[in-house]
Design a protein around this ligand. Structure first.
Ligand SMILES: Cc1cc2nc3c(=O)[nH]c(=O)nc-3n(C[C@H](O)[C@H](O)[C@H](O)COP(=O)(O)O)c2cc1C
Length: 203
């Protein structure tokens, strides 16, 4: 009897401690993750300083873990740190807008996300990669912003030539450019969330 009681209390203690540990770990992780998701903002002022390669690699890795329809991994990411290529992309992007200013706001890094048009979910897949890249950047202390017009740029002859140069073959559509770097200005503040953002049904 004594042995059974001892065994029972050991099992209960182990269970209680595992529950407590799980809860603490989950709460901490959730809070940090939720904080990152809430505080990430579009950064439009950048230092010239290039982030360390290790940081850029971490952002890229997070991008590759975005969910994709049927796990098809339709997107690809082109990490551009070469200043000449970065400037060429800026020029082509500005040309789509009919502007001469730098649409990349001086950011030293451009992560171009493209996705395979033959996969039905390509647009959603690529957009989720963009989201992962921007949130990961913020988690690591880097500023980022989605810069549009990747579709127009990579549908153009000049853009197609770049894809060929980079060895990207197939029917790829430009989804977005995630610019990266160190914020040289104030932390941008979010707009208040609109009142009817969430409709609750059954809660
Ligand atoms: C699909 C998409 C396209 C965007 N294109 C641009 C762009 O070309 N230039 C720019 O400065 N910001 C662009 N943004 C950034 C948005 O303007 C920004 O996310 C929005 O104002 C909300 O600000 P926040 O990201 O700080 O919450 C884009 C964002 C998304 C999601």
């Amino acid at each position: 009897m004594k042995k059974i009681l001892l065994l029972l209390s050991t099992v209960m203690l182990a269970l209680a401690s595992s529950c407590t540990n799980d809860k603490t770990a989950t709460d901490m992780n959730e809070n940090q993750t939720l904080e990152v998701l809430k505080t990430r903002r579009a950064v439009r002022t950048y230092e010239d300083r290039m982030p360390d390669k290790e940081l850029i690699e971490k952002v890229l890795e997070a991008g590759t873990y975005a969910p994709t329809g049927m796990g098809a991994q339709s997107p690809v990411i082109v990490a551009v740190t070469d200043p000449q290529v970065r400037d060429r992309l800026s020029e082509l992007n500005a040309k789509v807008m009919g502007s001469k200013s730098d649409p990349f706001y001086g950011a030293p890094v451009v992560l171009v996300v493209l996705a395979d048009r033959t996969v039905p979910t390509y647009l959603y897949d690529g957009s989720l990669v963009m989201g992962n890249l921007m949130n990961a950047a913020h988690a690591l202390g880097l500023g980022s912003c989605w810069i549009h017009r990747a579709k127009e740029v990579f549908d153009s002859q000049e853009g197609k030539a770049l894809l060929k140069e980079w060895g990207i073959e197939g029917d790829y559509e430009g989804i977005g450019n995630c610019i990266l770097g160190y914020n040289s200005g104030e932390d941008p503040q979010p707009k208040p969330r609109k009142a009817n953002y969430i409709y609750r049904v059954g809660m």
